[in-house]
Write a protein that binds this ligand. Structure first.
Ligand SMILES: Cc1cc2nc3c(=O)[nH]c(=O)nc-3n(C[C@H](O)[C@H](O)[C@H](O)COP(=O)(O)O)c2cc1C
Length: 358
């Protein structure tokens, strides 16, 4: 379904509560690949690849740099459907040790004038025991698991939640993400501070080194972090041997929004986040001289926004809110746009573009 086809479907979906609309989409993506003719139809519509899109990041080969961000398929039920849209990777989660409902509904809000969303989901998910078996299938797509602490786990015991999930998931996925940047779990972001982060990461890195220790371990960070706090964080993650960063999660800032009906509580995603997350990415790239791989996420809704993230220093990119506003053809559209740019510049690999704007 190309952009024009999606505008009718979007019209219908946008009449529904955002979470209900999302649940319908994810269920369709879960069942579609199980029906042969539908899977072939999806592949015909969305499949596109080019060897110039392939890239190696933290020791792994990705067919293309465009993935689906955490929160879209929290419970790992639609991985094959998302693969048929052309994603190079899917990051499932955030998963917690036990199943949890999350915050009260409504908890996702659309801001159409800003091409944005505000959410305060609070990690609703089926829990690690239910999700893990869904990751056991052999797949061509790269898989990440994003892990968080349970809502009833005190902050000083957070490391024990993350440890359980590292043990559970590290041999099942291609990479793991320690999420310490959701604004919807009280206190979670304090783990981004230098001293707390250092003592929090120590047992996790030790545990991680025991089994499947070649599974990259990443940390997902907030766009609201100050540049000096980011420098502290970089010292710690580099010192502790973290494999890369995901920049960024949603923002608490409401600066510059056109839509005055926005809600106060929750994290902002979509177009208004684009420049903010780019600044974080550029800073990381510069400070680490491009040596710490970055997955760039925040406000990508077309190819030029994805290219800006890559030029800012991201080796891979992810989309979430863009899929809601632009539809399932977005991933293909981004890949086509990147290849066009590579052709224009006479480059034979996406890797040649990483960090070039700096
Ligand atoms: C409804 C919703 C739920 C999300 N849930 C999670 C989550 O569980 N874990 C996480 O790390 N990020 C979560 N995110 C953040 C996204 O992964 C992404 O970092 C952020 O939305 C910025 O990208 P975007 O502008 O393309 O949406 C969520 C975002 C949205 C909109």
């Amino acid at each position: 379904m190309q952009q024009s086809g999606y505008s009718t479907l979007r019209h219908i979906l946008f009449k529904l509560d955002p979470e209900i609309a999302h649940n319908i989409s994810i269920r369709l993506l879960a069942v579609a690949p199980k029906m042969g003719p539908v899977r072939r139809w999806l592949t015909n519509l969305f499949y596109y690849n080019d060897s110039r899109l392939a890239t190696r990041v933290f020791g792994l080969r990705f067919d293309n740099p465009v993935g689906v961000a955490a929160g879209y398929d929290k419970n790992a039920i639609a991985i094959d459907g998302l693969a048929s849209l052309g994603a190079g990777h899917v990051e499932v989660g955030t998963i917690t040790p036990k199943a949890q409902y999350g915050n009260q509904r409504p908890r996702i809000f659309r801001l159409p004038e800003d091409n944005a969303l505000i959410n305060r989901m609070g990690f609703p998910n089926h829990g690690m025991e239910k999700v893990a078996p869904r990751l056991e299938l052999d797949r061509s797509i790269r898989l990440g698991a994003n892990i968080g602490k349970g809502s009833d786990t005190p902050l000083d015991q957070a490391a024990s939640d993350y440890s359980k999930m590292i043990t559970k998931f590290q041999c099942l996925v291609d990479y793991l993400v320690i999420n310490i940047s959701s604004p919807n779990t009280p206190g979670l972001r304090s783990l981004e501070g230098r001293d707390l982060l250092d003592s929090f990461l120590l047992p996790l890195m030790e545990l991680h080194s025991k089994e499947c220790n070649d599974t990259p371990l990443l940390v997902k960070i907030s766009p609201d972090i100050s540049m000096s706090a980011l420098d502290d964080l970089l010292d710690v993650v580099v010192g502790r041997g973290v494999s890369g960063l995901i920049a960024t999660n949603t923002s608490l800032s409401r600066a510059g929004l056109r839509d005055s009906r926005y809600v106060k509580i929750g994290g902002l995603s979509g177009r208004p986040l684009h420049d903010r997350s780019n600044k974080v990415i550029q800073h990381i790239y510069r400070q680490t001289r491009g040596e710490l791989p970055i997955i760039g996420v925040g406000g990508i809704d077309n190819a030029s926004a994805a290219l800006e993230k890559i030029r800012s220093g991201a080796s891979l990119v992810q989309v979430y809110t863009g899929l809601i506003y632009r539809g399932p053809g977005l991933i293909r559209q981004i890949k086509l746009g990147i290849v066009k740019e590579l052709e224009k510049l006479g480059l034979d690999s996406i890797e040649a573009l990483v960090g070039v704007s700096l």
